[in-house]
Design a protein around this ligand. Structure first.
Ligand code: NAP
Length: 330
C-alpha cells in the first residue's frame, strides 16, 4: 500500500536542483531529514513505497530507544520521526528510487515513474534487508508458511506449532511475539550459545511455550502448497529430524541494502558502504551515507538515528563549502 505524507509534495521540475535528497526513511533517513530541514536545506526524502519507515515498521515494542521509559511501538516511533521531519519542512515522497547517478557535481535520483530529481548532495540511508537461508524450499514456500515478519504474519498461526530460525535479538523477539498466537515455538539455532542480548535471551529461555533446538541447521522445508514441517540436522551427530510446524520465521540477520549504489560507491569487505572514519562521507564527494547501510556492528535504531544526524551535519558543511561567496550572494 502506498502511504501519503501529510505534506503535499509540490510538482518538481526536472531542472530544479535541490540542496539534498535523502534516500530511505528509517531512523537514519528521518533524523537526517529533521536536521537538514532545520538547517533550511529543504530536504526531499524518498521514503520507499512499501519499505517506508524501515525495519521498525515490522517491530512491536521498542524498549531501548532513549526517551521512552515505557517503550514505544516501532511504527509509532517512525510516525513520530516522520511528523517531526515534516514539521520543519521536509518533503516526503512515498516512492521507490530505481536509479541514481552520483558521479557528477549534480546528483541525479530517478524514481519508479521515471521522474529525475537533481541535488547537490545525497544521503543514502537505505538500511538493510532480511537475510535468507538460501534454500530452494524457502522461496517456494515464501508466503505459504515461510515468513520474515512475525508482526505481519504471526496472526495466521493461531494455536499452531511454528519455528523461528536464528539466535540473535531478532529471533528472540520474533519467538516471544509468536508465543501470543502459537501453541509452541521452536527456536532453531546453529550453535549452542545465543548471540542475543542477555535480557532477550533470558526471556526466551524462560518462556514455557518456547523450545530450543540447538546446534542445528535447516536442511529443508516440507509442504506443498503450504509448510508442513521443518527438516533440521544436528551439526554434531548429523541426525536429521523433522519439526512438526506449519510456519517458519527466518530471523538470521540482515544485509546492507546496496543494490542501488554498489557500482558507484566503495563498499567495505562486510558489504556496507565505506565511509571516511566516523563521518558519513562516502568515496564520492557530495554523497553521504548513514544508518544500517554503513554499519555492520551496532545496527540499533539509536545508532542509526545518530548517524543520520552526523550525515546531515556533514551535508551542511559540504554545501557551505560548495557555495562560494559569489554563489552565496545569488
Ligand atoms: P544478528 O545479531 O546478526 O544475529 C543473526 C543470528 O542468525 C545469529 O544467531 C546467527 O548465528 C544466525 N544466522 C546467521 N546466518 C545464518 C544462517 N545462514 N543460517 C542459520 N543461522 C544464521 O542479527 P539480528 O538478530 O537481526 O540483530 C541485528 C542487530 O539488531 C543486532 O545488533 C541486534 O542487537 C539488533 N536488534 C535489537 C533488538 C532489540 O534490542 N530488541 C531486536 C532486534 C534486533 P550465529 O550466532 O552462529 O552467528
Amino acid at each position: 500500500m502506498k502511504r501519503k505524507g501529510t505534506t503535499p509534495v509540490a510538482s518538481v521540475q526536472n531542472d530544479e536542483i535541490r540542496d539534498v535528497i535523502i534516500v530511505g526513511s528509517g531512523p537514519a533517513g528521518y533524523t537526517s531529514a529533521i536536521y537538514t530541514a532545520r538547517a533550511n536545506l529543504s530536504p526531499l526524502v524518498i521514503a520507499g513505497s512499501v519499505t517506508a519507515g524501515g525495519e521498525l515498521m515490522n517491530t512491536t515494542d521498542v524498549e531501548n530507544f532513549p526517551g521512552f521509559p515505557e517503550g514505544i511501538m516501532g511504527p509509532d516511533l517512525m510516525d513520530n520521526l516522520q511528523k517531526q521531519a515534516e514539521r520543519f519542512g521536509a518533503e516526503i515522497l512515498f516512492d521507490d528510487v530505481t536509479n541514481v547517478d552520483l558521479s557528477g557535481d549534480i546528483k541525479k535520483v530517478t524514481i519508479n515513474d521515471g521522474t529525475v530529481y537533481n541535488a547537490y548532495s545525497v544521503i543514502i540511508s537505505t538500511g538493510s534487508a532480511y537475510r535468507e537461508l538460501g534454500l530452494a524450499d524457502e522461496k517456494r514456500l515464501s508466503g505459504k508458511g515461510v515468513s520474515w515478519c512475525a508482526t505481519c504474519d504471526g496472526f495466521f498461526f493461531r494455536d499452531q506449532q511454528i519455528a523461528v530460525v536464528g539466535g540473535g535479538d531478532s529471533a528472540m523477539e520474533e519467538a516471544l511475539f509468536l508465543t501470543k498466537f502459537a501453541s509452541k515455538v521452536f527456536v532453531v539455532h546453529r550453535r549452542s550459545e545465543l548471540r542475543a542480548s542477555k535480557i532477550m535471551a533470558d526471556r526466551a529461555l524462560a518462556h514455557e511455550k518456547i523450545e530450543f533446538v540447538w546446534d542445528s541447521e535447516v536442511v529443508g522445508i516440507d509442504g506443498d502448497p503450504k509448510v508442513t514441517g521443518l527438516r533440521v540436522k544436528n551439526r554434531h551427530t548429523n541426525d536429521e529430524t523433522t519439526l512438526d510446524v506449519t510456519g517458519v520465521f527466518v530471523a538470521i540477520g540482515n544485509d546492507p541494502r546496496t543494490d542501488l549504489i554498489k557500482d558507484q560507491l566503495e563498499l567495505t569487505p562486510e558489504g556496507t558502504i565505506a565511509v571516511d572514519g566516523r563521518s558519513s562521507q562516502t568515496s564520492l564527494k557530495g554523497v553521504f551515507a548513514a544508518g544500517d547501510v554503513i554499519d555492520s556492528k551496532y545496527r540499533q535504531a539509536i545508532t542509526a538515528a545518530g548517524s543520520g544526524c552526523a550525515a546531515a551535519i556533514d551535508v551542511e558543511h559540504y554545501l557551505a563549502d560548495l557555495k562560494t561567496p559569489a554563489q552565496a550572494a545569488n
